[in-house]
Design a protein around this ligand. Sequence first.
Ligand code: PGA
Length: 245
Amino acid sequence: MRKLAAGNWKMNGTRASLSEVEAINAALDDTDPTVVICPPASLLIPACEIGGKISIGAQDCHMASCGAHTGDISASQIADTGATYVIVGHSERRTDHSETNDVIKAKAQAAQKAGLIAIVCIGETLAEREAGETLAVLGQQMSGSIPDGATSQNTVIAYEPVWAIGTGLVPTLDQIDEAHRFMRDELLTTLGADAQNVSLLYGGSVKGSNADDIFSVSDVDGALVGGASISAHDFVPIIKALSRA
Ligand code: PGA
């Protein structure tokens, strides 16, 4: 199982922000987990050029390898920048761009084909949680959006309750534990023994102040961090908490 701290910069950052990638890199040592920064597409190449221990990922890819899709970027183009990861199915993509599980599965498949590691995001809305549907929703999203051929080497799953993203709200540790156990069990039925090696990330309002608690949950292998990943000041304490876990 791979410990992984991933930062999703969303539509934030310009070239001036590359100094934060450099600062995060400089703070890493051999005991730290894998760290991935997913900057906007405009920064993929210069972020990759920084080198060092940090890995770089994109925030989305198109399902096709090339073609007439204005404004999109393909998985192979992402790989060509030197990036090695891509987030697919983030709730903001599911909402803003009406992405369905089928679309997300096709994107994850495209990522596999291009040799990228797909970080597949799932998570329930507040209404779904309040209706007691959380595990059913997670099950549908997993079976619907994780492609055939997924392995611990090419796929990471991020559990991000929609209501916890950017809100400061965090599920209880029991709620995180329940979701992550469920995800591991689901993967065991589809991937067999390799399920134990898949990194399961928690995402949604992770901060330095709550990271130790979140990483103490047994099936949490790391975090997908939004707001707190944009500066080294906020992200490095989360990485160090994961090193300690
Ligand atoms: P947040 O975002 O850490 O700002 O809540 C998490 C995410 O959207 O991946």
